[in-house]
Design a protein around this ligand. Sequence first.
Ligand code: GLA
Length: 390
Amino acid sequence: MNLHEAILAHFQERFGEAPAHVIRAPGRVNLLGEHVDYNDGFVLPIAIDRATWLAFSPSETGQTTLQARDLSEEVSFSPETLSAKTDSAGHPLPGWALYPAGVMWALQDAGLATPALKGVYSSNVPQGSGLSSSAAVEMAFVLAWQTLGGWELSPMQRALLGQKAENNYVGVNCGIMDQFASACGKQDRLLHLDCRSLEWHTLPLPQDVAIVIADTRMRRTLTSGEYNKRRADCEEAVRILSTKLPGIRSLRDVSVEMLDQHASELPEQVEKRARHVVEEIERSVRAIPLLERREMTEFGRLINECHASLRDLYEVSIPELDTMVEIAQALPGCYGARLTGAGFGGCTVNLVERGQADAFSEALSAGYETETGFYPEIYICSASNGAELV
Ligand code: GLA
């Protein structure tokens, strides 16, 4: 049974009827432009063929009642209980429920109707794996309330509301990339977003290249703390640099030459963080003509450089991610490999010659297991559409 069928059956069992609607909202994998979205940089993600599935109907009770199938847990809440972050009985909301409740809060705050609904959801985006399982949940619920609420926003506006929920309700100071990719994904296309202007377009995915996702099975711990610290270091860099470079608003406005010139004025750690960001933004600019000309070897080199920079300068890798990347980079047909997402665990993304992808996956799996004793999950993914009613 696939997730679509499973969610229909589960809704029927819980609520004794078929759901009125089903939504599929994908996770994402990012090829280049890591930890630059909150620095006004450029990102190159795709929406993947793994998703949150949400089956739902309007509810007559005035309460939104949700069941998380993967956890076998259920909560009910309403606009009145949102600011206290409690369920209808006054108990604190469990962690997973902060995402849908946060979406309701962000929509209410924007003056958008969030009629009570009853729903069941389930996801095959592994949590804490760097594939944006949270953004997928957020985008599913924004679309669910749009479906019932009688209002309509563009996918980008929906992404911004999901980000607001995560920043101000859940408390993770994330950028816009994940929600953007989950909302705006296009089948078989790579997305290119300017995180400053929010202008975006799509690029073809070269047919002879496979995107292979390899899950180290290591899960992040305490990420939001480390993530927020990286962000604070970037802000500190801008604050110090702007005393010498008036007019800069973010690290997007700083070139590698400018950073070289003023490097000694920054504390060592702040300088390393800023260097990753400034060079990564430069890499993501160089990537576009390479992709247009299908120069995969050169594009892959940028991906490899990105990993080294995330490991040595931004310091968001872990030994298992480094092992997975080292094994991959030495295999035939691999153009580039790196950790993807926030880091501290989760997945790597690998760009591989299509004809070699199966052999690559097998060798990577065996190599990683030998080195670490863990059996990784490896799959060849395809680019899917963003959140949609199915
Ligand atoms: C997480 C955040 C994104 C982005 C990435 C790193 O996935 O949610 O906004 O900052 O980390 O590129």
